[in-house]
Design a protein around this ligand. Structure first.
Ligand code: PLP
Length: 419
């Protein structure tokens, strides 16, 4: 028997233009909250009503791992802020709304589970990780541990650093799916040497949806800390997809993109740095006190699109209305649904154990190219993506809270036709 979900505030929908619709979405979320999580995830008629918080699309979008759409409340908030700011940009941006960034920072810290003074607002995960990798003091011969399954732009960053600073990259190969916590920890820690300066750990591997459990990351980070190794967690997919606190990871730095699972405006992200490590990272864009421990030193970027940043608060409200416990369970329920329907017919590259996967799954079909399957899906107006890493290649499916079982059935019909 699962826990009863706490009743959400459903506050986010109050600013929505269509009041009747907003009330209906609010009611359906409240109805979900009256049920146990196990029952709530299965209520298609309620989720169908939640779906109306998002724009109708003529394309079935099953690539939410790339970028997620924003619910109307977020789009409307950003548009409203843009309109107001345009009345007198310097007044609103620098006098009125500049202070509001602090409110957003507080809300993000609550969402992430860390101190307010540990959150910098950035544009995305790539920028956040680059800030750390280019901001540490490197010596020739220092080593960085990373995996071949890390994200492409992140690997490119480390490769450039290796060239420029004569740093050595120590590559780990994660056999995916991996369902053994001790093995995960060992794969990283057995690479520690006297020269190891930093580790890059991807919390949810985008290619297959593999989750590295919080407890495994914690063990790696604790072991690294003892040796003075700086730990960086790439949490692009973790924040707002699964229930955890950044402070529980025990890492020195954590990066995420808010335009993925939080459904916040495009081009918004966070960089967390543990309070006592902020002074060890130089900001990318010079600040007055670059060696200080004020996290705001990472935000010296000049004039930025403030309306997008301000609308993050609506995305957090909407996310909190559904609640991370229910959201994570629904996302896993959707993934399990299509994976179970296909598992005897295709090769699944994603774990079916809840602690090792959530929303994202990868499959391939022996003898049928990924591009052929994608071609069929596209022809049927279904958007999924190709995922290729090391020796894995397949079709990645990533639904979101607005995806229904009927839509997954539509995708399954097309895949079965291909088979
Ligand atoms: C694991 C991982 N890290 C980093 C990124 C980069 O995210 P962004 O493009 O928002 O910087 C992605 C994007 O898909 C990702 O999957």
């Amino acid at each position: 028997m699962g826990s009863l979900i706490g009743i959400g505030s459903a506050m986010s929908l109050q600013g929505m233009a269509k009041e009747g619709l907003a009330q209906d979405i609010k009611d359906s979320i409240l109805s979900l909250h009256q049920l146990n999580v196990e029952d709530a995830v299965k209520q298609e008629y309620l989720w169908k009503r939640v779906q109306r918080a998002y724009a109708k699309s003529s394309i079935l979008n099953l690539n939410n791992g790339g970028v997620s759409p924003q619910p109307f409340v977020v789009q409307e908030a950003e548009a409203r802020y843009k309109e107001i700011i345009n009345e007198a940009p310097s007044y609103y941006m620098w006098r009125v709304y500049a202070k509001e960034r602090e409110g957003i920072r507080r809300a993000l810290a609550r969402l992430a589970g860390c101190l307010t003074d540990e959150i910098a607002i950035t544009r995305n995960t790539t920028e956040s990780i680059n800030t750390v990798m280019l901001g540490l003091d490197w010596k020739k011969g220092d080593e960085v541990i990373l995996t071949r399954q890390d994200y492409s732009t992140v690997k490119i960053g480390w490769e450039q650093l290796a060239k420029r600073k004569k740093v050595k990259l120590i590559w780990v190969d994660l056999p995916l799916p991996i369902e053994d916590e001790d093995e995960i920890v060992k794969l990283y820690t057995e690479q520690f040497s006297k020269r190891t300066k930093a580790i890059n750990i991807t919390q949810i591997i985008n290619w297959t949806g593999q989750i590295l459990p919080v407890s495994a990351i914690r063990k790696i980070c604790d072991a690294a800390r003892e040796k003075g190794i700086f730990t960086i967690v790439d949490g692009a997919h973790a924040l707002a997809q699964i229930n955890f606190r950044v402070s529980d990871l025990g890492c020195d730095a954590f990066a995420s993109s808010l335009h993925k699972w939080l459904c916040a405006p495009f081009g918004t992200g966070i960089l967390y740095i543990k309070k006592d490590r902020i002074k060890d990272v130089w900001p990318q864009y010079p600040s007055k006190d670059p060696e200080g421990d004020n996290i705001r030193k990472f935000e010296h970027l000049g004039t930025v699109p403030l309306s997008a940043i301000l609308a993050i608060s609506q995305a957090i409200h909407f996310h909190n209305d559904i609640g991370i416990e229910l959201k994570e369970s629904r996302l896993r329920y959707l993934k399990d649904y299509w994976c179970n329907a296909l598992k005897d017919k295709v090769q699944l590259h994603t774990s079916m154990k809840p602690e090792y996967a959530c929303a994202i799954g990868l499959f391939s079909v022996e003898g049928v190219s990924t591009s052929k399957i994608l071609e069929y899906l596209t022809k049927n107006r279904i958007h999924a993506t190709n995922s290729t890493v090391v020796d894995l290649k397949g079709v990645r499916i990533s639904p979101n809270v607005y995806t229904t079982i009927a839509e997954l059935d539509r995708m399954l019909d097309v895949v079965k036709e291909v088979l």
